[in-house]
Design a protein. Structure first.
Length: 200
């Protein structure tokens, strides 16, 4: 996810910096995130509209157990709401004491690469504090999140979203989108494995 957000060149530069700086030291969990900030030559926009601080972003992903389930819900024919909740493969599994009280509340700033319709790719932040609303044209369906499998989260869609994707596959089965049919089937199987239902 980090490589795809920042680019391979920046990631490699940060990794080299991190290794050289700590070659004879013990590293802490936050050291690599700080190396990403220290080596940045480009200021990426963060979820708050300011400069992305990789240390703050990365901490959300390394200091909380699990990862998000991101769900797309059609509010009407031109607006979708994207929201998150904590994904648990087994909702009955015990949570270790050290992970019970997280300062992030099991919410993440999630980088979303979305495909709208057949060709349009956009990048948006799903902020940890609030849902994301995207306006689309009536003919710009389906909307697919996690295009190219760039994010580290599970995805789901309401019944309308799944219907839109099935319709697209039936009408143009050669259009694989960037996520591909495999990605959609995998998403549905993983939801079922966790006791969740695609479309809910």
């Amino acid at each position: 996810m980090t490589v795809r957000m920042l680019g391979e060149e920046h990631f490699r530069r940060a990794l080299n910096h991190y290794i050289r700086k700590r070659i004879h030291q013990t590293a802490q969990g936050d050291d690599f995130w700080k190396a990403l900030d220290e080596t940045s030559t480009v200021h990426y926009e963060g979820p708050d509209g300011g400069v992305l601080k990789m240390w703050h972003f990365g901490s959300q992903w390394t200091k909380q157990m699990g990862y998000p389930l991101v769900t797309v819900v059609s509010l009407n024919s031109t607006t979708v709401e994207i929201r998150q909740e904590k994904y648990m493969k087994n909702p009955y599994a015990p949570v270790l004491e050290k992970y019970r009280a997280t300062s992030y509340g099991y919410k993440w700033d999630v980088p979303l690469f979305c495909q709208i319709g057949k060709d349009k790719i956009i990048f948006k932040w799903l902020r940890k504090e609030e849902p994301l609303y995207i306006n689309i044209g009536v003919d710009e369906r389906p909307i697919v999140i996690n295009v190219g499998r760039r994010g580290y989260f599970r995805q789901n869609y309401d019944a309308q979203g799944w219907k839109d994707m099935i319709k697209q596959l039936k009408e143009d089965h050669e259009n694989q989108w960037r996520i591909g049919r495999f990605g959609l089937v995998l998403a549905a199987l993983l939801l079922a494995e966790a006791g969740l239902h695609a479309g809910h």
